[in-house]
Design a protein around this ligand. Structure first.
Ligand SMILES: O=C(O)CCC(=O)C(=O)O
Length: 251
């Protein structure tokens, strides 16, 4: 582990992650990077409506009559946003990932998650391994959500059920919702009093494991909520579905 890893990722961080299944690191990315990401993702709804670049994939949100078409998920977002590409490969993020899964790290995917003001939809309760278990032998992956806009309860910040990862994989329902997120827990997004909302500022990152139960509410505010998830795994875990080694040994 590098000296920088020791300062960014502490023994207390490890304890918190193992206890809760997630770890919030505030102000992890520099503000000038966040301004660049903000600019590079401002016009994506309109740009993607014209043409989606090769290699990227867009899932549109449920369209509200009379309102513009809005992106809900943009897969392989590093292809449309150079500063996200820089963030994915940065020591800021990778030093924490190394602390969590070790030195040999592969990018599984990077996904932009938009929740348009007033119209952005719910992410039902799920465990990421509910999606990823096909093809991945073990739930070793770690997801990192980077806040691009301030994320609050009102605009649909992420929520976690702390400690739920310890109960293992739960049976998921598979159903087409029309906007992605078609694998979820029974009850969809029923209120849970064991969940905690993680409000975030631009540049904050929350790291979470593949088994922790999470979801997020609809955007009921007049402010959009953009976030990006960068999911990493241990090199050698299902290489054909991954997007390249980002640290450590080559395949
Ligand atoms: O957009 C959100 O708030 C949640 C995203 C999420 O749960 C996921 O990508 O696994």
């Amino acid at each position: 582990m590098s000296a920088q890893t020791a300062t960014v990722f502490s023994a207390e961080d490890r304890i918190a992650y193992d206890r809760d299944g997630f770890l919030l690191k505030r102000g992890l990315l520099p503000q000038d990077w966040m301004r660049a990401i903000d600019e590079e993702t401002q016009a994506l709804h309109e740009e993607m409506a014209r043409a989606v670049p090769e290699g990227a994939g867009v899932t549109w949100d449920k369209q509200v009559p009379g309102r513009p078409k809005r992106i809900r998920q943009l897969m392989n977002s590093e292809l449309v946003c150079p500063t996200l590409m820089k963030a994915i490969h940065s020591d800021f993020v990778l030093d924490v990932i190394e602390g969590l899964i070790g030195p040999d790290i592969t990018l599984f995917h990077s996904k932009l998650l938009m929740k348009a003001a007033r119209d952005g939809t719910i992410t039902p309760w799920h465990q990421d391994f509910g999606y990823w278990r096909h093809g991945h032998a073990a739930p070793v992956q770690v997801n990192c959500m980077l806040a691009i806009d301030p994320a609050t309860r009102e605009n649909g910040c992420i929520q976690f059920v702390p400690g739920s990862q310890k109960r293992g994989l739960v049976e998921h329902i598979k159903e087409d919702t029309g906007y992605g997120f078609g694998i979820y827990l029974p009850g969809y997004f029923n209120p849970r009093n064991d969940a905690v909302a993680v409000e975030m500022q631009p540049g904050d990152c929350v790291f979470f494991g593949a088994l922790v139960i999470h979801g997020s509410d609809a955007n009921k505010s007049d402010r959009g909520r953009r976030a990006n998830t960068m999911a990493y795994t241990v090199t050698g875990d299902e290489p054909q579905r991954c997007r390249g080694v980002v640290r450590g040994r080559a395949l």
